[in-house]
Design a protein around this ligand. Sequence first.
Ligand code: SF4
Length: 439
Amino acid sequence: MPGSAALRVHFRTFGCKANQYDTERMRQEVEARGGVAVASWNEADVCVVNTCTVTNQADADARRWARRVSRENPTARVVVAGCSAALRADEYAAMPEVAVVVPGHDPAAVAGAVTPRLVSLELRAPLDRIDSEPIGGELLRTRAGFSRGWLKIQDGCDRKCSFCATRLARGPSRSRSPADILAEARLLASVHAELVVTGIHIGHYGRDLESPTSLARLVGRLLDRLPDVRIRLGSVEATEVDEDLVDLIVTSGGRLAPHLHMPMQSGADPVLRRMRRWHTREQYRTSALAIAGRVGAMGLGADVITGFPGEAPEDHDRTRSLVEELPFTYLHVFPYSPREGTPAADLPTAVPRGVAAERARDLRLLAEAKGRAYRASRVGGGARVVVEGSGGTALTEDYLRVAVPRPPDRPARLFDGTLGGDGDHLYIAWPQDPSSISS
Ligand code: SF4
């Protein structure tokens, strides 16, 4: 913007890694047009919130944030984008604090919306445009300020889980081309020690491409072309982790992190059916046991929903026994919250909130105990870590966040050390001779 001070833009993200990636693309696009990203909303001319709609709470958080920003910095214009904006554009547009609503995640639309002369509610796009929201475009060069980068390989989902609003907000599965992904991965690998392969449903990667391919083939190419970076898979369904993918984890020597996050949602078949999941309890169980049997010590996580409509006490017990049996190292547990527009919102036999919360607490306690036992089993073992933020913590290949008592004094890549501590608190100890730290 010649002749005027650069527009200062603050970005806030709610939700998953895919959303965080999308924010980085928005930031990059805004900077390419002369804007400057600022860390505090108080010094911003425009505040962009990239919203999430996974729970009612996520919608409420975004609304609360917009109100707070406008109260504390009344001269800033607030732009609302993302998943919640895609589903609830009218609600956000009716908020006096909101200047523009961009339904979805298109970086160019957001960049247009932050540019003052273009600010107009006419920029609101109809929801059906989300289905064709671009998946290609400019390559992302960095996840500013982080040692771990996000590499988004697809958007959207073709499954129809009855509780899920993300699918409604993001449309069907669209894969990026392998060439774009490899080019972007090369850029990101020059600044990040680890890349997390992310998307909304990465297990379906490549099915929609003109020359169909698979997640395993893509990851194999990433490992071949980028020898210096660690690759980690984002959330992937248990039934979509094929032999080829497990082979890569087993044979890559840790370059494909031994860590899988496989959404389970429930361990009871009647609930899985009402959730319109495509797998049974046994299919999930068999797959998880087979993977863990081949990989050995690994980070294994899952999402679980408690109190889904009609979930009987014996259903919860089934979920609990499956969690007990499988070698989970952590769980993300969410009490069910109905999402408007989803089939599950119309299901009868709601479970009282208090019961759903109690079941969530039960599973969280169980998962914490399992996590503690796993962490204790790692004490004295080697780990390759990526140091995070200002150096206070690091992340191991098997997804343990550990303390770093003596941060390395040179630019971080991947560092080898030994885990000390106990099941509650792990730390990484470097070898005596700092020059033997691998980088
Ligand atoms: S698999 Fe199910 S829960 Fe996951 S994004 Fe698709 S519809 Fe939503």
